[in-house]
Design a protein around this ligand. Structure first.
Ligand SMILES: *[C@@H]1O[C@H](CO)[C@@H](O)[C@H](O)[C@H]1NC(C)=O
Ligand SMILES: *[C@@H]1O[C@H](CO)[C@@H](O)[C@H](O)[C@H]1NC(C)=O
Ligand SMILES: *[C@@H]1O[C@H](CO)[C@@H](O)[C@H](O)[C@H]1NC(C)=O
Ligand SMILES: *[C@@H]1O[C@H](CO)[C@@H](O)[C@H](O)[C@H]1NC(C)=O
Length: 619
């Protein structure tokens, strides 16, 4: 029978990367000990003997493009993992590849293709799987040892590592770990901005299937694919080990805000702009004299670490409150409006309540949304509380920042089924307060820097605000807001930016178009790290939520594209994946369950098999 070993006699050329591709069945014939008969291949089959490694033009989260040679026969999961190892990004399971969204306004496909042809590519050609581009030993370490110089044992600054003897330094050394300011407002204007939640849902249809290869998913040689943080749950984000991961995450957040992919208030926009302005300034300074300040940077990272305890879901939480035997309560006379009852609201998590508050609510599974205007002294909290047939809406009005921070923190914890005894409560309160503080207007105009020409407001706020205000007004407000963040080190500013992004109400919701039983309009299913949300497609309002923690199992009927989720104590949820491949939705649910399990157990080791079991339907 015909053997898979072709071109054996050709010894001069290295065919080791070549393999057979069966075009019609879209499959690689990699099992070389199988005969073609065993694969079911007939005499007329067209087989292609082709290299497994092919070129991709990868758009990184910072929107820069790099040429990368990727194994087109590896599962996407493995390919991404290799790419991340090369870029020195820990926890590659949190990232994946996304097809480039098409701008529906740009009718001409040719025009887009021409643009792609003209892409500016950064850095040298990289081949993942052949080791890290950072040759310094000890920089990337699975065992989490800090980064020390192998010769003299002194701490290795992130900059000496990325400006060191690495192949990247011949190209542009700074593109991965150092943020670069947006050079021209045109860039922002030209980029595709999704206008509605439906547009966002369309973008999410482009996530690749992790369990299949690029070639099997019709990815072509030289195609542009986007490398993005896919799951918004970042395990152990640590400035000490994650200079590149933090920077790329900051960049993804920055672009999401500038392109209005995520909503924020005007005050928040000015805060983000001020942080961006600060980061741009410090980044230019640090790349100007990077050879000289390695010690200073190590100090900065250490300082950032001690002031910044990261409360990201899944992040390490310190047990600052020690042993708590009784669960604290918050009880306050709150003004509850847009709801029938006024009175004492108590967040009480015990079965039996002491005292008799007028109202008690079980907030487990509720949606908590801020409605804050600091200059207007408005501190409202909107709660959507799940009930049998949907959600009850309740608004709490707080009088001041401190009360707001305490209640917001308590509501957020309660929605996760945690109590205020949880070690993360105080940290959450502090984070909310510092988030508000960064948005304060500066009362003393004396200390505001004169408006300099280096500010470029067009590159710091989203186009909506450019239309609303004059550039000079925006510059003044950014400089005003800058006073609140001017003392931050570079790494702290990036971490604060990421943290503020995580505080936005829409953070971490991945939308997909879905059809529910009895539903007439197009609706959305929102998937987050801890819950599923049925949403109104036009307003984004939550119609009902379901927590993963209540989930018993889920199934996909691939024929009718229906996802069914069963819960411990409520009716099951069923929806049909409209337009999107069910596998994509399926993987999101499984991926989040895997990541949240890991976060809960604080288990560093990634069990790839577990990931696959979950993303393919086993709970
Ligand atoms: C490419 O991926 C395939 C499938 O996982 C694997 O068999 C092959 O060894 C890989 N090639 C290289 C050079 O790593
Ligand atoms: C490096 O630092 C030293 C002292 O801290 C200073 O004298 C020198 O000018 C600096 N060099 C550069 C290139 O900034
Ligand atoms: C916030 O409050 C201020 C002062 O009351 C007001 O001028 C501003 O329009 C408000 N902003 C929004 C977005 O409501
Ligand atoms: C982490 O997970 C791995 C594989 O799932 C398991 O073997 C190991 O015991 C776990 N470690 C801890 C500390 O739970």
């Amino acid at each position: 029978s015909r053997s898979m070993h072709m071109h054996r006699q050709d010894v001069k050329k290295d065919w080791s990367d070549h393999a057979l591709w069966w075009e019609k069945k879209k499959t690689w014939l990699l099992k070389t000990h199988w005969t073609l008969d065993k694969y079911g291949i007939q005499a007329d089959a067209r087989l292609l003997f082709t290299p497994q490694h092919k070129l991709l033009r990868l758009q990184l989260p910072n929107m820069k493009h790099m040429r990368v040679k990727v194994n087109f026969s590896d599962r996407v999961f493995k390919a991404v993992s290799d790419i991340c190892k090369t870029f020195n990004i820990r926890h590659p399971e949190e990232l994946s590849l996304l097809r480039k969204p098409r701008d529906p306004k740009k009718k001409k496909k040719k025009l887009e293709e021409a643009e792609e042809e003209a892409l500016e590519l950064e850095g040298p050609l990289l081949t993942p799987g052949s080791g890290s581009i950072y040759s310094s030993p000890g920089l990337y370490s699975k065992t989490m040892t800090p980064t020390y110089d192998s010769r003299d044992g002194s701490p290795l600054s992130p900059t000496t590592a990325w400006f060191g003897d690495s192949p990247l330094s011949e190209g542009n050394p700074s593109i991965l770990a150092v943020s670069q300011p947006i050079s021209s407002p045109d860039i922002l204007v030209k980029m595709y901005k999704p206008q509605s939640l439906l547009d966002k849902a369309k973008i999410n249809q482009g996530w690749l299937d992790s369990s299949r290869s690029l070639m099997e998913q019709d990815v072509k040689e030289n195609e542009v694919l986007l490398l993005r943080f896919k799951y918004h749950s970042f395990f152990d984000l640590n400035p000490k080990y994650d200079a590149i991961r933090v920077n790329q995450l900051y960049e993804q957040a920055k672009w999401a805000i500038l392109l209005e992919e995520i909503e924020c208030t005007e005050e928040e926009m000015m805060m983000f702009a001020a942080l961006q302005y600060h980061i741009n300034k410090l980044s230019i300074m640090s790349s100007d004299n990077h050879m000289n300040n390695s010690e200073k940077e190590v100090d900065e990272v250490d300082a950032a670490l001690s002031d910044l305890e990261i409360t990201l879901e899944g992040g390490k939480t310190s047990n600052t409150m020690g042993d708590i035997t009784s669960i604290p309560e918050l009880a306050d006379y709150m003004k509850v409006f847009k709801f029938i009852v006024f009175g004492l609201i108590s967040l009480n998590y015990r079965e039996e309540a002491h005292g008799t508050p007028a109202h008690q609510m079980n907030l487990r599974g509720c949606e908590v949304t801020p409605d804050v205007n600091i200059s207007g002294q408005k501190f409202n909290i909107k709660l959507l509380i799940p009930v049998a047939d949907g959600m009850n809406e309740i608004w709490l009005r707080c009088d001041a920042e401190k009360q707001y921070a305490q209640w917001m923190a308590a509501c957020r914890l309660a929605s996760k089924g945690k109590t205020m005894a949880d070690s993360s409560y105080n940290l959450e309160v502090q984070n909310i307060l510092s988030f508000l503080k960064m948005q304060h207007m500066n009362p003393d105009p004396q200390i505001i820097e004169p408006i300099t020409t280096d500010i470029n407001p067009e590159c710091l706020v989203s186009p909506r605000y450019l239309k609303k205000y004059k550039n000079k007004q925006i510059s003044a407000r950014i400089l005003e807001a800058h006073q609140n963040v001017a003392q931050m080190s570079l790494i702290e500013a990036k971490m604060r930016f990421i943290q503020a992004w995580q505080s936005l109400p829409e953070f971490g919701i991945t939308h997909f178009l879905a059809k529910f039983q009895g539903g007439k309009k197009d609706e959305l299913i929102g998937i987050t790290y801890n819950r599923l949300i049925r949403m109104d497609a036009s307003t984004g309002d939550a119609i009902k939520t379901w927590r993963f923690s209540n989930m018993k199992q889920w199934n996909v009927n691939w024929e009718i594209k229906m996802v069914t989720v069963e819960f411990a104590d409520e009716p099951s949820l069923a929806f049909i994946c409209a337009e999107v491949d069910c596998k994509v939705v399926h993987e999101f649910i499984g991926g989040y369950i895997f990541l949240s399990t890991r976060a809960k157990d604080q288990n560093e080791s990634l069990d790839e098999e577990m990931f696959y079991k979950l993303t393919s339907g086993w709970v």
